[in-house]
Design a protein around this ligand. Structure first.
Ligand code: 6GU
Length: 226
């Protein structure tokens, strides 16, 4: 059972992604738990302050160390964890191999940054992994946290109905997925490739592998290098 704890100043942003489809079923089956923690509850003073101006000047606020520290102490008190991940555009690029590794853990904590990010001392003291989901800037870490959680959860055994489904996803073998078709066999005069209707399993596998390779060569030649 994987336990995911998410720390956020906008917990509302994380409500919907886990209430539908595969992720909801994974939760309902007891294969994963997701708890969202509102950092503001640990904010300072009557205004529950969680951010402040940065030392040295410059535009943009910084998330303060104390509220994060207080919540992290509570979450890790007598409860072991495998990873404390900070979502940040200056982190290491997320990918399928990291999702595979994380899906085998018991308990992970995700910290969603906002504004200019979190005080460096929280990164130094607590964070075990700093992750970015791509080379573009999001307004906050929540959407990235949802991306991480989704890509991890679907890899937990029992989450997908068909165990082979995750294995044939794009990236799982460093190849993009081949084209797929469903009924009707003829749509606007465009026919489904003959081989897929042949019932010849070996020929179908061959075709899919070949199409996956063609697609990868055309779109993502970088994946074929290693
Ligand atoms: Cl993890 N956070 C933010 N704020 N922006 C991002 C990102 C994360 N990954 C890519 N852009």
């Amino acid at each position: 059972m994987l336990q995911i704890e998410i720390i956020s100043v906008v917990p509302e942003l994380l409500e919907s992604p886990f209430r539908h489809s595969i992720l909801m079923r994974a939760i309902d089956k007891g294969l994963v738990t997701i708890q969202i923690h509102d950092l503001r509850e640990y904010g300072i003073g009557n205004y529950r302050q969680v951010d402040d101006y940065q030392f040295g000047g410059g535009a943009g606020m910084v998330m303060m160390a104390e509220p994060l520290n207080a919540l992290l102490e509570k979450l890790t008190d007598h409860q072991p964890f495998d990873a404390i991940i900070y979502l940040t555009p200056d982190g290491e690029k997320w990918g399928q191999s990291m999702a595979n590794a994380m899906s085998m853990h018991q308990r992970i904590i995700l910290i969603c940054g906002h504004y200019k990010g979190i005080d460096q001392r929280i990164r130094d003291l607590w964070v075990t992994h700093e992750i970015s989901i791509g080379d573009y800037v999001l307004s906050g870490g929540e959407l990235a946290a949802a991306v991480l959680a989704d890509s991890i959860i679907r890899l937990i055994p029992g989450v997908l109905n068909d165990a082979g489904s995750a294995l044939s996803d794009s990236f799982q073998d460093n190849l993009l997925a081949p084209p797929v078709y469903t009924r009707p066999a003829d749509f606007k005069g465009i026919k489904v490739p003959e081989v897929l209707l042949s019932g010849n399993f070996n020929a179908i596998e061959q075709w899919r592998e070949n199409e996956a390779l063609k697609r990868t060569e055309a779109r993502r030649p970088d994946l074929l290098k290693d």
